[in-house]
Write a protein that binds this ligand. Structure first.
Ligand SMILES: C[S@@+](CC[C@H](N)C(=O)[O-])C[C@H]1O[C@@H](n2cnc3c(N)ncnc32)[C@H](O)[C@@H]1O
Length: 184
């Protein structure tokens, strides 16, 4: 099943989706930007909490943004341009809840090196797909121009990122950053 396929068994929302819902608990009807919704587990939880979810918002219209296990594909430059688009969509002071791949992930360094900290594995579900990994310093440098970082913690995500998205090679030792930032 691809990450975008409908779920046969409903999956629980991501912990960062639950954190976003808690953060906006006083703002029913607020607009939330979601990037890389996949099968929609987070979209459903946000909507059920009374929030309005959009993938294509107008400038400065969103009260928060959520992106889980999507901004790991690409290069630091392509991820930076995604973060620019997200920042443009957010009200000043609005929170971003996001994950990024960590250099402590077991897949770091595997496959072809496309540029420093960017690799593409030759086989499996994600053959040939560029993955960008960040250490603390590089992730702060990526985020700081657009967001004030509230929290950044590395988390083992084998059971969170989605076994459904890695059916040929289940995740083992996947470590991602969980970030909360506030748009400057
Ligand atoms: C592993 S799934 C995660 C889906 C969902 N966020 C979740 O946590 O269940 C990755 C999703 O991100 C999308 N995606 C991958 N790279 C992306 C990128 N650079 N920008 C936006 N979406 C991306 C994929 O199409 C897919 O929907």
């Amino acid at each position: 099943m691809s990450p975008d396929s409908p779920e046969l068994v409903p999956r629980p929302p991501h912990p960062l989706a639950l954190a976003l819902i808690e953060r906006l608990r006083e703002r029913s009807g607020a607009l939330v930007l979601e990037v890389g919704a996949g099968s929609g587990r987070n979209t459903r939880a946000l909507t059920a909490a009374g929030l309005v979810v959009s993938a294509l918002p107008v400038k400065r219209s969103c009260a928060a943004a959520l992106t889980t296990h999507a901004l790991l594909h690409g290069t630091p430059a392509s991820i930076a341009s995604q973060l620019d688009a997200i920042a443009d969509a957010l009200e000043p002071g609005a929170p971003l809840f996001a994950t990024f791949a960590s250099v402590r992930d077991a897949r770091y360094g595997r496959g072809e090196t496309l540029e420093p900290h960017v690799y593409a594995v030759p086989d499996g579900d994600e053959a040939g797909v560029a993955h960008a990994y960040f250490n603390d310093e590089c992730l702060r440098a990526l985020l700081e121009p657009r967001f004030r970082i509230e929290s950044m913690r590395e988390t083992g995500v084998d059971d969170i990122a989605g076994t459904w998205a890695h059916q040929m090679q289940p995740l083992r030792g996947a470590v991602h950053w969980f970030v909360v930032g506030v748009r400057r």
